[in-house]
Design a protein around this ligand. Structure first.
Ligand SMILES: Nc1ncnc2c1ncn2[C@@H]1O[C@H](COP(=O)(O)OP(=O)(O)OP(=O)(O)O)[C@@H](O)[C@H]1O
Ligand SMILES: [Mg+2]
Length: 136
């Protein structure tokens, strides 16, 4: 796997979510994703960045271009040192929320992207990694 380009956006304020969205829109447009896929990627990035802000207070989003030689994609990593998640199965269920949200951010992001991995430890923090491959 050749990772030729990457960047980070610190999420510590609500306005940083806008910066994260704008950054990911630009990167995925440059990569040649379809308009629909750009919207999917930006929506997932927005939800995952918002989760950092709401549950952890602050964290970092990083993006990375994936190039296998015949496949191009984007990988987004959302890392925080917030409270962590005790039950990963529970938070992936649609409608589960500890903040009176809709409980759709994580399950929705998983559907919008090709791949999602969550690592979390209570008291240490959470890392969510999502990937999307360009079609055609
Ligand atoms: N980074 C995080 N750190 C700690 N807990 C988290 C984090 N992200 C999500 N969670 C937990 O997972 C639950 C589900 O998250 P999800 O984004 O799916 O829904 P929500 O944020 O509650 O509502 P919505 O995103 O639909 O507004 C949250 O309510 C919260 O308890
Ligand atoms: Mg959410």
């Amino acid at each position: 796997m050749i990772e030729c380009n990457h960047g980070t956006v610190v999420i510590s304020d609500e306005s940083d979510i806008i910066v994260a969205r704008k950054t990911i829109r630009e990167v995925s447009e440059k990569l040649g994703f379809s308009l629909t896929d750009v919207t999917r990627i930006v929506t997932a990035a927005s939800e995952l960045a918002r989760n950092i802000f709401v549950y952890a207070g602050s964290g970092v989003m990083s993006w990375c271009i994936l190039d296998t030689g015949n496949l191009v994609g984007i990988e987004l990593t959302f890392e925080d040192h917030g409270p962590g998640i005790a039950d990963l199965k529970q938070v992936m269920q649609e409608g589960y929320s500890t903040s009176k949200g809709l409980g759709l951010g994580l399950p929705g992001s998983r559907r919008l992207m090709d791949d999602m991995e969550i690592r979390s430890r209570v008291g240490e923090g959470t890392t969510v990694v999502v990937k999307k491959w360009r079609r055609g």
